[in-house]
Design a protein around this ligand. Structure first.
Ligand code: SAM
Length: 194
């Protein structure tokens, strides 16, 4: 069973994860069957904290593969963005909705297989893509993002060097302006301008 698959028989062991950034204090419910269930993933943290320093405020953002909602919820609060969040995993969506309430944010959270249910455009798409869902899924999340971005919109993602980020960057550079904004612990934070 992979973290992105739905399994109605999966038992529940709810737990809480705290995350603090400057004066902001967040609390996230997590559970069995979701990505990085016991701690905020280091790659996600690097992506979010790079966005807090270099990203745009007050814009529309889509968090693709939101998991328990870490990226979307923190960006909504700290950057005052208008955030939609999608995932394919029902439990992740349920936890994201709980966490949206818990952290008093106003994110719009719904189920979508990649961009299937997306019918508007955003200023920014942000993702820690699901590598374990396979190349077809994570490359579609990256490459099709440009169909769902406004003109001059930005794709932000994090990926590990050993998951082939350098090849992904090389291919994106054939068409777009690509910047690696941060590197740490084998993770690259990448911004692509449409
Ligand atoms: C690496 S996790 C990132 C979770 C969260 N954004 C974070 O930073 O902690 C990737 C997420 O993508 C979701 N996912 C996998 N396949 C998907 C698909 N086809 N469509 C939408 N989301 C998908 C998984 O359920 C998982 O929650």
């Amino acid at each position: 069973m992979q973290y992105f698959e739905n399994n109605n028989n999966l038992k529940s062991e709810l737990r809480k994860i705290n995350y603090n950034y400057k004066d902001y204090n967040f609390s996230f419910y997590s559970d069995l069957g979701v990505f990085s269930k016991d701690k905020i993933d280091e790659g996600s943290k690097l992506l979010a904290e790079t966005y807090f320093l270099n990203g745009n405020k007050n814009i529309s953002v889509l968090d693709v593969g939101c998991g328990i909602g870490f990226l979307g919820i923190t960006i909504s609060k700290i950057m005052n963005c208008n955030v939609d969040m999608i995932d394919i995993n029902d439990r992740a969506l349920h936890l994201s909705k709980m966490n949206n309430k818990e952290n008093k944010t106003d994110c719009n959270i719904f189920k979508s297989n990649i961009y299937e249910c997306i019918n508007k455009k955003y200023d920014c798409i942000i993702t820690n893509p699901p590598i374990r869902a396979g190349k077809k899924v994570y490359l579609t999340i990256i490459n099709d993002s440009f169909n769902h971005l406004n003109e001059n919109g930005e794709l932000w993602f994090v990926m590990r060097t050993n998951h082939g980020v350098k090849t992904v960057i090389k291919n994106l550079k054939e068409k777009y302006q690509v910047d690696v904004l941060n590197k740490s612990l084998g993770f690259y934070v990448v911004r692509v301008e449409k």
